[in-house]
Design a protein around this ligand. Sequence first.
Ligand code: FES
Ligand code: FE2
Length: 397
Amino acid sequence: MNAPHRWLQNNPGLGDGPIPVEPYISPEYYKREQEKIFSKVWLCVGREQELPKAGDYKVKRLDAAKTSVILMRGKDMRIRAFHNACAHRGNTVVTETGEETFGASKAAIVTCRFHGWVYGADGALKLVPQESNFYDCFRKEDNGLAPIHVDTWEGFIFVNVAQTPDATLAEFLGEYAGHFAGFPFDKLSYEFTYRTYLDCNWKVAHDAFAEAYHVETIHAGSFPNAFCGGLENVKLMGPHRTSAVCLTLGATPTAVATLANSLAQGSLVAVRGESMLPPTLNPDHRPNFAFELSVLFPNTLIHVSEGIWFTHQFWPMGHNKTLWEGRYYVAPPTSYSQRWALEHAMTLQRNAWLEDTATMEDTQRAMESGAKPFQNLQDDEILIRHGAHVVDTYVNA
Ligand code: FES
Ligand SMILES: [Fe+2]
């Protein structure tokens, strides 16, 4: 029997009072988040495997940090990051074609579409058409792309748009990095991605994924009687947080799910081994451990289990507009039957994510009505309480 209110007992500094709704609905509060959080801290913007070759590049729009970032691998195989802004008349150098834009250049260059200025993977301005028409004061060497701080951890690429970041990536990740060190993120490289725009604050989306209390109700269709509603092994690590979600072991899989699970370990609703888990994960070796649910502050959730990992990211585009991206990774299939089994797992996960995202716009509308200025959180919603506390601390710093 677990002690009642055990997470608050472990973290009394977070308080037990209701949480204000204002930070979810206020345009002014969002402006401060842009300035004090998204323009200051390290943000996870991709995986190294997305840029395997020299000259590969990716553009990621970061509305919350008021920029668009070019990530490019140079011929020296280093990944560098730059603001996607041309020194000529300010156009984006690489035209964005969606939420993420990918490209490849054998010469490791990018060319601005407007008047053809060419930049190298080191950011240097290499070529200006009709250069002699510019005046003597113009110097190519002073007009490269504006660099952005970039670093990597376990194959994840992070950027920090601050001129001088307050912390290195390693300092920012702190204990969180050690918690997941050694998990084979790279080997589980077969990916599927879903994304959608939601008319809700980014924290509404975060909160809906940062607890298991909703599973019995919201996921009664996709995951009937599959997961426990509480959390285990909650650990707060600076601005980051983690916990374990467990199985009830009471679910009755359908015949199709049983067949899929026997072919490939792609579904979360199955008892899993521990061979891939670092010792920090499921330290008590719970037989019903399902997955680690962690929040890498501010907007990335990383979940890890034997043979599976998945992320959620919430990209604010306004105080009540968010781009949500869900990514799920497993080992690449080695047969058609495994490919089918993974398709089954993927569809199940998609349905569950549709169930999750379907609550978010309703929550935002109800919050904006002003009828309920506070939310009441229970003990197993401690990750949400911690999230609200951390955001408020940054915003008021
Ligand atoms: S704005 Fe880029 S070349 Fe003119
Ligand atoms: Fe959910």
